[in-house]
Design a protein around this ligand. Sequence first.
Ligand SMILES: Cc1cc2nc3c(=O)[nH]c(=O)nc-3n(C[C@H](O)[C@H](O)[C@H](O)COP(=O)(O)OP(=O)(O)OC[C@H]3O[C@@H](n4cnc5c(N)ncnc54)[C@H](O)[C@@H]3O)c2cc1C
Length: 326
Amino acid sequence: MKPFTYVLPKDLAEAAAAGAAAQSLYKGAGIDLVDRMKERLQTPAQVVNLLPLAELGGIQAAADGSLTLGATTTLEQLASHPGLAGPALAALRTAAATTATPQVRARATVAGNLLQFTRCWYVRSEHHRCLHGGRGPTCLAMTGENRYHAVLGWLDCVRVHPSNLAPALLALGAEYTTLHDGKTQRRPLAELFPAQPRAEAPEHTLRPGEILTALHVPAQPAAARSAYTESREKLSHDWATTACAVRVVLAGGTITAADLVLGAVAPVPLPRPEAAKALLGKAPSDELFRKVAAMAFAGATPLGHNTYKLTVGPAIVREALHEAVR
Ligand SMILES: Cc1cc2nc3c(=O)[nH]c(=O)nc-3n(C[C@H](O)[C@H](O)[C@H](O)COP(=O)(O)OP(=O)(O)OC[C@H]3O[C@@H](n4cnc5c(N)ncnc54)[C@H](O)[C@@H]3O)c2cc1C
């Protein structure tokens, strides 16, 4: 690992000032960051540890049921918080509770989970001349070992976005707040991810020095229900091969609002609004859910080794829909 200066800020202002310096990076638990530093894939001159900052930690639940998640809230805190009990926020609770291992969940932060780097083995190896890493002319995964890679939404790079929390937070209509250059800004969560996820685009849209300070989960209607399901090769220590978060509002046996977001199949967490729209005004049924699941994967382009995602993915969508209305 290349030597670096380690900063333990006393408050958010000090963290932001340190983070604004050239070649500075913020650290949550460091699970992804330190891994990449050890591999020399990231070589910051300075690492600013955000964990000591009390103002970034913890979950605040408002009387209307909306939640503010501090950036350094751990996945374990999220999964076990009483504000997430019940069917409306089940997608977020499940996404947090099924990530990685108990050890990882006890340390990993909400911000770090959303901002983690892709797991594509080509870009995560210093030995490969990969387009996304800026080290080579082509996406090696496009014709190489691509069983975990994208089937939707890719342009010139077939990496997938690995976060469990991202599809769940998007389906629930979350927003995020950042601090940059002394200014606080709150935006829809979709803006945290590149609209055109080309190889040269990073995994997220934060500017150098910008701190993700909080996530905001809006109050849900009384009849809202959500679910998160995923497929993976191993039950533990593993990332999803396909994932789906859904949120539906049921009134008098009819679906009156719906959101559906796919994970692990595209370079960004991928909302599928057309599929969600097909649920509106209908009563839940397996026939409807099969149709919607097929719509969610409409236009998918498999690579040499990931055709299975076109079978497993729709099954995961169908399972999420059944789970949400159960
Ligand atoms: C065995 C294993 C299995 C896993 N399985 C899954 C899985 O199934 N699903 C899943 O989603 N994840 C999985 N993970 C990944 C894990 O959830 C992430 O690595 C972890 O959440 C990252 O959080 P962190 O706090 O350690 O982030 P860090 O490693 O500290 O940071 C990650 C990135 O975010 C930046 N950053 C962190 N906080 C901020 C902030 N507040 N503002 C600005 N930038 C910031 C850092 O500079 C870095 O670039 C797994 C990890 C392991 C080790």
